[in-house]
Design a protein around this ligand. Structure first.
Ligand code: PLP
Length: 432
């Protein structure tokens, strides 16, 4: 795979010297070697080692460790990395002459690629620098919170967002309501917990729902919870930072008015790219960014003020999405779930291990969590993380915000091998 990439790079450098243009970079991206088309279903393709060997040839591996901590951010595939490098050079060479004249037009390609991939109109998408920025825009510019209202979040939500919700409630004289979900749960159980809490909370105004938890990869039944919340007059923000690309979905399936994303985890863009989704007709509830104006409440991008940002990272978005689509979103989700199932199915039979999160397929993703039975403290889990790393050569991360206690998060990637997963299984068996 590396030889053709090199010759294309030379070609690109040549064409960039000639033109210095974005079009030349895009032309390079179009010349990627193809991944074979397969007639297999996503679930069958998930087990096709030859296919995933071809996919993994598009990535450089981490040396010296079995890295099962891919939930922090995602590795760019080599063609995306190459495109990003060339785009960085182009922006750096052309500078303000590029940014003043062409950036705005070119950035629309990235908005369109995001919108197309999520199956919503581009007018409903704004780019941001990360999911946090999009979440802050929604929360702090949301107009509806009065003293006495309630704001809701759950222990499986992104910890920083839990704290932001608590701070927002305090600022506005509202009541913060936290849901503690069971350590293990199915889709139906999750739905019931949320329904009970929504029903029993007075003056509930706004809640966040995390599509895929960063703690143990649990998937919430967002569409069902959001429909129930809507019936009760509650506004919902869906956090898709960890879900887009980890699982295969489009926004209409989630049935939410507002959602936040990043592309630097599972879409494989350069670091520094996020997105905000606001459904048409809902913008009057969220003020424009302070100082911006949008008299008709139709412009999502007026909710964000990105200032000077990493132009090249945003320009690489269409290439990242194209590569993601080449691998195949359904196949990627199925492969990652297959890798989780490989260690979880064995760990469930080890009495000294407690597997956390999903108990059914609908609530599972490729990300998972576990702890040593009964060892729930931060110190115990941090020690376990060190032991896995130093004794067994398996890199993971401790997560500490579940109501049931701390856990180790295990996150494979599309280039993770069965051997990597088996190294974890062997380590788990040795912990008895
Ligand atoms: C569930 C979840 N939400 C939000 C975020 C924040 O994403 P970003 O760093 O792009 O703002 C993360 C990052 O790990 C996450 O896992």
């Amino acid at each position: 795979m590396s030889a053709p990439l090199l010759s294309r790079r030379k070609l690109l450098q040549h064409s960039l010297l000639l033109s210095g243009s974005l079009a030349a970079t895009r032309a390079f991206a179009d010349g990627w070697p193809a991944l074979p088309q397969s007639d297999l279903s996503a679930v069958e393709l998930a087990k096709d080692e030859a296919y995933w060997r071809l996919v993994s040839a598009f990535y450089k591996k981490t040396d010296g460790i079995v890295n099962l901590e891919h939930g922090y951010w995602g590795k760019m595939a080599l063609p995306v990395e190459q495109s990003y490098i060339e785009l960085t050079k182009m922006v750096n060479h052309q500078l303000s002459f590029y940014a003043r004249k062409d950036w705005y037009g070119d950035s629309k390609d990235s908005v369109n690629a995001v919108a197309e991939s999520l199956a919503v109109p581009p007018e409903e998408i704004a780019l941001t620098r990360n999911a946090t920025e999009a979440m802050h825009n929604l929360l702090f510019q949301y107009k509806g919170i009065k003293p006495g209202d309630s704001l809701m979040w759950a222990d499986i939500d992104y910890p920083a967002f839990q704290r932001t919700m608590a701070a927002l409630a305090e600022q506005r004289g509202a009541t913060g309501v936290e849901i503690n979900l069971p350590a293990q749960a199915s889709k139906q159980q999750l739905l019931e917990v949320y329904q009970d809490k929504i029903r029993s909370t007075a003056n509930l105004k706004l809640m966040i729902l995390t599509h895929a938890s960063n703690q143990h990869g649990l998937i919430l039944p967002v569409a069902e919870i959001a429909a129930f919340a809507k019936q009760h007059g509650v506004d919902v923000i869906c956090d898709c930072a960890q879900s887009w690309g980890l699982i295969d979905f489009t926004l209409p399936e989630l049935n939410v008015d507002w959602a936040v994303f990043n592309l630097h985890k599972w879409i494989g863009s350069p670091v520094g790219v996020g997105a905000l989704y606001m459904r048409k007709g809902t913008l009057d509830k969220v003020a424009p960014y302070p100082g911006e104006t949008d008299p008709d409440n139709t412009l999502v991008h007026k909710r964000v003020h990105m200032a000077t940002s990493n132009f090249a990272a945003f320009l690489a978005v269409p290439d990242a999405i194209r590569f993601h689509n080449r691998v195949g979103p359904a196949a990627k989700m199925a492969r990652l779930k297959y890798l989780r199932e490989r260690w979880v199915s064995k760990a469930r039979n080890m009495p000294h291990i407690e597997v956390l999160g999903a108990t059914d397929d609908a609530s599972a993703s490729g990300m998972g969590g576990f702890r040593l039975a009964g060892q729930t403290s931060r110190e115990q889990v941090n020690q376990l993380q060190k032991r896995l790393e130093n004794v067994f050569g398996v890199f993971t991360v401790g997560r500490h915000d579940l109501a049931s206690g701390s856990c180790i998060r295990v996150t494979p990637q599309v280039f993770t091998t069965l051997k990597d997963i088996d190294a974890l299984v062997d380590a788990l068996a040795s912990l008895a």
